[in-house]
Design a protein around this ligand. Sequence first.
Ligand SMILES: CC(C)(COP(=O)(O)OP(=O)(O)OC[C@H]1O[C@@H](n2cnc3c(N)ncnc32)[C@H](O)[C@@H]1OP(=O)(O)O)[C@@H](O)C(=O)NCCC(=O)NCCS
Length: 163
Amino acid sequence: MTELVKLNENHRDSLFLLLNNRNVSDWLLEVPYPYSLLDAYWWINKCKELEGKNKEYHYAIHYKNEHVGGIGLKILKEHHGELGYWLGEVHWGKGIMKTAISEMLTMAFGDLGLSRVSAEVFEDNIRSEKLLLKCGFEYEGNLKKLQKKGDRFINCKIFAIVI
Ligand SMILES: CC(C)(COP(=O)(O)OP(=O)(O)OC[C@H]1O[C@@H](n2cnc3c(N)ncnc32)[C@H](O)[C@@H]1OP(=O)(O)O)[C@@H](O)C(=O)NCCC(=O)NCCS
């Protein structure tokens, strides 16, 4: 039911509709609000450029054949990848992301041979924290003002799985 699909032009309209929502984008460093069709177009093209460079892996999440969200892994070091993910608000609470994360972890620790996968969660993003704990991540600590989005400094909690 939950599938990871390479992002392509057919995702443009749904990407725009799903991400043009403050309740989603407020928790994501690189997603502006409002989110436009041009932003969606830019992101799809960027993912195409990144393809084959083995530095970042980004997928659209499909649930029951519908585009519902996104997930990506950035390779920070030879052994270490960082996970990022989101779902359109109407798709929260269905267990979709737990399956998507589990697929990404299989790829990260299996095919890519990583030994550490981490995730940075903005402070107060309780849903995301609980999700990561459910997926087997451990809480490693809080880094103050780790990120800045516009004028806003953001404290982040770091979670990781190390094998
Ligand atoms: C983070 C996100 C992917 C989680 O997906 P989801 O489908 O909402 O996740 P779940 O339904 O598994 O919910 C996670 C947990 O939070 C709990 N929860 C939901 N709303 C809550 C609230 N307001 N307060 C506390 N806990 C809450 C759920 O009960 C669940 O815990 P449980 O399994 O113990 O019952 C989704 O909310 C999202 O895309 N958010 C916006 C973008 C984002 O935050 N991305 C992650 C950046 S690190």
